[in-house]
Design a binder for this molecule. Structure first.
Ligand SMILES: [Fe+2]
Length: 334
């Protein structure tokens, strides 16, 4: 028997054209860190399933990149940020015009030349969970950003070093070696750093290994705000920090992004460090960053991070200060 005549075949209407945006695509660009997301137009009106896919990709790949988001302005950037959590103000650097978005500009030495490996704002306890960085003005060459995966850095440590790291706690401060990082800094730049970035001097003790509150992964908490390892001499402390930090910075553990105008990068600030390469000479480079409130880190032993100084994170000029949530020294003593 052959099949029924075509005239008796059930007629199926053509599938309606999809009304939603194209499917979200996630393409890895490194073995351990980084993916490019396609099919997403970022904004405050992102469908729930798209947001869930983006959030899952951030947690899996640690930093994700979106191209061609030219439609975003300050308002839309912040509106999208609110879908990921609560935007927070920088603890000391005032934002412009009552905005949460912070300028990362070559003209400002407070963030524009972040050419040291760091995790954003680790000098306060509940440092940001996510940072969302939008490229506004990009130089004709240079100005790339690198990210490193601090979860794989931990995982790939030899077992004795993992065990050692889990027992350590480190003091982070915004009073880092600014002059060492900016050997050519002018008197004016140094004065600006001291007046603005150091308007409040923070010190916070974090576990060197924290347990990620969403993925359960263990991550190394280091970077350029580390002053010392508690209980060790300055020399031993420096050697140990260098030892662990070298594993974070291994090229295989990093991804490098060459920016174009309209690009957006979102990273899990609890599982990464990043480094802004200062190699675009005097060309302008301007990006805008919105950070999302984080949680007080918890170590493998269950001990939380602890704000050492001041007694509490002061109120910013507006909004919620980064790191302020549940973060007084007394509350965190464990
Ligand atoms: Fe940064």
């Amino acid at each position: 028997m052959t099949s029924a005549p075509a005239t008796h075949a059930p007629s199926r209407p053509a599938a309606p054209a999809p009304e939603t945006s194209p499917a979200v695509t996630v393409e890895k660009i490194g073995g351990r860190v980084g993916a490019v997301i396609g099919g997403v137009r970022l904004g405050g009106d992102l469908p729930a399933e798209t947001l869930a896919a983006v959030r899952a990709a951030i947690l899996a790949h640690k930093v994700v990149f979106f191209r061609g988001q030219h439609h975003l302005d300050e308002t839309a950037h912040e509106a999208f940020a609110r879908l990921l959590g609560t935007p927070v103000a920088h603890p000391t650097v005032p934002s412009r015009d009552g905005r949460y978005s912070l300028g990362i500009d070559s003209g400002s030495d407070l963030g524009g030349r972040a050419n040291q490996w760091h995790t954003d704002v680790t000098f306060v306890p509940a440092y940001p969970a996510f940072s969302i960085l939008r490229a506004v003005t990009i130089p004709p060459y240079g100005g790339d950003t690198l990210w490193a995966n601090t979860a794989t850095a931990y995982e790939n440590l030899p077992a004795p070093l993992r065990t050692l790291a889990e027992t350590l706690r480190a003091v982070h401060s915004n009073e880092y070696d600014y002059v060492g990082a900016r050997p050519g800094a002018s008197e004016e730049q140094l004065a600006q750093f001291q007046q603005v970035f150091l308007s409040t001097r923070f010190t916070t003790e974090h576990p060197v290994v924290r347990v990620h509150p969403e993925t359960g992964e263990r991550t190394l908490v280091l970077g350029n705000f580390v002053q010392k390892i508690q209980g060790l001499s300055g020399q031993d402390s420096r050697r140990l920090v260098e030892l662990f930090q070298a594993h974070v910075e291994r090229p295989e553990n990093t991804v490098r992004w060459h920016w174009a105008t309209g690009d957006v990068a979102i990273w899990d600030n609890r599982a990464t460090q990043h480094y802004g390469v200062d190699d675009s000479d005097d060309h302008d480079r301007a990006l805008r960053r919105v950070t999302i409130d984080g949680e007080v880190p918890v170590g493998v032993d269950g001990r939380s991070s602890q704000l050492l100084t001041p007694r509490e994170v002061p109120e910013p000029a507006f909004g919620v200060a980064s790191g302020a949530s549940g973060a007084t020294g007394a509350a965190d003593a464990a």
